[in-house]
Structure formats: structure tokens, C-alpha cells
Design a protein around this ligand. Structure first.
Ligand SMILES: [Zn+2]
Ligand SMILES: [Zn+2]
Length: 296
């Protein structure tokens, strides 16, 4: 038996181009649509935008711009290769281009994809922080950048990129979704992925129209503080399930609500750290073990 027979003529199959390949192209185009303008803003660093910067220190633009482009190309080539390798399985799934379901079914399916993907992503992401090997060899690549701009959103090890893409397809494969619904979902997912890294907290960000989504601040704190805020879309996972919310993020929200700018909030954080350090020093000087009550 010819082992290559399941792949025979795959490149002449319109479904191969419509399902995995078009989905991959749409996914990348959506990421770049959000990431490109924000990357240009980060590069120009206009004075008028500085009050919206979540972290006051400069972006690591020069150091990571070309490496981000290189990772995007390499990761997508690897993903395209894996989509070819798994094509015999992908074509057996119930994803289809037949009759489009009614609008309320489409909405319900998209909501299901958001919840499922976020749940799976939360655990995968958290595990990548808790497993020493994965953290050192895979996830640490994405964490080299502490103050991200748009294009850095897909700066990651190829294995993390492939796994994240795989999770995105779990929902559509489980439900046997229509290909148009898969495309809408991939657009939402990649726009969220780019938005989480833009580095600016602007009130007119259209992403705020999604009621459950917390905007770029959520993931920005993950890069700045490294531990906590693991979810993509839905903060309930960090808040209730994992108790992995970052305290500094909650203080940021409080400060914004009180009308403070990101710059003023950062100043408050510096003061807080100073007073924490003083308290710790006093505890040491009276001979007691040092335990800092606040996490950053
Ligand atoms: Zn992480
Ligand atoms: Zn990130």
C-alpha cells in the first residue's frame, strides 16, 4: 500500500485550499490588521499617545521588530507544513462548506468557541509557566519581551504557536462548524491575540465593544509581572478558578476608575514598593523572618 495515498492530489482539492490554507491566511491577515497600525504608533512613539501607554518605559521596538517578523514567517511555514501532514485527518472532520446555519446558531457557536478556547488556553498557558521544561525551552521565548507592541504578539516558539493554533480549531471541529463561522472565529481570536500586546490603554479601542473582553491591559500585566493573568478573553478564570489575578493589575483598574493616568498609577506603584521595602527592612532589623505581604 502506498503510504502517501491519503495525500494524493491534495493540492488539487478545493477543500484543502478553503479549509486549512484560507483559514491560515485569514488568521495572519487579521493579526496584522490590528498589529500593524499599533506597531507603527509604538515605533513613532508620539507624545500625544504617551499618557495611554500602559508601561511608562520605552517599547523594546528596535530589538524585537525583525525577530518578530522572522518568527511570524517561520512559525506560519511550520504550521502550514503541519496542516499538510494532518490533512488526511482534517478532511475527515465535520467542518463543512454546505448550508450556512441561522444567525443565532452562528452567535451561539462563536460564544462557545470563545469560552472553550479561553478555558483550554488558560490551562495550557498556566501549565507552560508551571512546567519547568516548557517554561525554559518554549514559553520563555514569548516572555523575552516585557513591554510589548502589536507585532510582538506572535513572537513565540514554534511549538507554542502550533499548540495555540490547534486549540483554536478544537471548538469548530467538535461542532462541525461551517467554514465561514470558522473564519469569523479565527478573525476574532487573532485580533484578540494582537490587541493583548499593543501596549496602549486607549478609551476608543473598538475591542472594548466586546463585553467580556478586558482589553490590552490584562495581558500587558502578564508580560510585565510574569505570573498571573493567564486567560486570553475572560478574567473569571484568573479571578475565581485559579485565583491567579495579578494584584498590581487590580490596583491599576482601581486607579483608572479614580481618574488617574497610567503614569500616575505607575508612580503609586513605585511608592508602594518603597514602603514595602522599608517594612521588610524593619522586620529584618528586629530579627524576624522576612515575609512580604504583597505580591507584585
Ligand atoms: Zn505567559
Ligand atoms: Zn503575550
Amino acid at each position: 500500500m502506498d503510504v502517501f495515498s491519503p495525500w494524493q492530489g491534495f493540492h488539487n482539492d478545493p477543500w484543502f485550499w478553503q479549509f486549512p490554507m484560507a483559514t491560515l491566511i485569514i488568521s495572519m491577515a487579521s493579526f496584522l490588521t490590528v498589529a500593524t497600525p499599533w506597531t507603527i504608533i509604538a515605533w513613532l512613539d508620539p507624545r500625544s499617545m504617551r499618557k495611554y501607554k500602559i508601561q511608562q518605559k520605552p517599547f523594546e521596538f528596535k530589538k524585537y521588530f525583525w525577530p518578530s517578523i522572522a518568527r511570524i514567517i517561520i512559525n506560519n511555514v511550520i504550521l502550514a507544513g503541519l496542516l499538510v501532514v494532518t490533512w488526511p485527518l482534517l478532511k475527515l472532520t465535520a467542518v463543512h462548506n454546505g448550508e450556512l446555519p441561522s444567525w443565532y446558531i452562528i452567535i451561539a457557536q462563536l460564544l462557545f468557541f470563545v469560552f472553550l478556547d479561553d478555558f483550554l488556553y488558560y490551562w495550557m498557558h498556566r501549565y507552560m509557566h508551571e512546567n519547568k521544561w516548557l517554561l525554559k525551552h518554549v514559553h520563555s521565548v514569548h516572555h523575552r519581551i516585557r513591554n510589548t507592541c502589536g507585532i510582538n504578539g506572535n513572537y513565540m516558539n514554534w511549538l507554542e504557536y502550533v499548540l495555540t493554533a490547534g486549540l483554536t480549531l478544537v471548538g469548530p471541529i467538535l461542532l462541525g462548524a461551517h467554514i465561514y463561522v470558522v473564519w469569523i472565529w479565527v478573525v476574532i481570536r487573532q485580533m484578540e491575540g494582537a490587541d493583548g500586546h499593543i501596549g496602549y490603554d486607549v478609551p476608543w479601542n473598538p475591542a472594548h465593544l466586546f463585553p467580556v473582553y478586558k482589553g490590552p491591559v490584562y495581558h500587558d500585566f502578564h508580560h510585565a509581572k510574569f505570573k498571573g493573568n493567564y486567560a486570553g478573553f475572560l478574567p473569571y478564570l484568573d479571578e475565581y478558578l485559579g485565583k491567579t489575578h495579578i494584584p498590581a493589575y487590580l490596583r491599576y483598574l482601581k486607579g483608572r476608575k479614580a481618574g488617574l493616568t497610567a503614569q500616575q498609577i505607575e508612580q503609586q506603584e513605585i511608592e508602594l514598593r518603597k514602603s514595602q521595602r522599608k517594612r521588610t527592612c524593619r522586620t529584618v532589623s528586629v530579627g524576624k523572618p522576612t515575609h512580604s505581604s504583597a505580591e507584585f
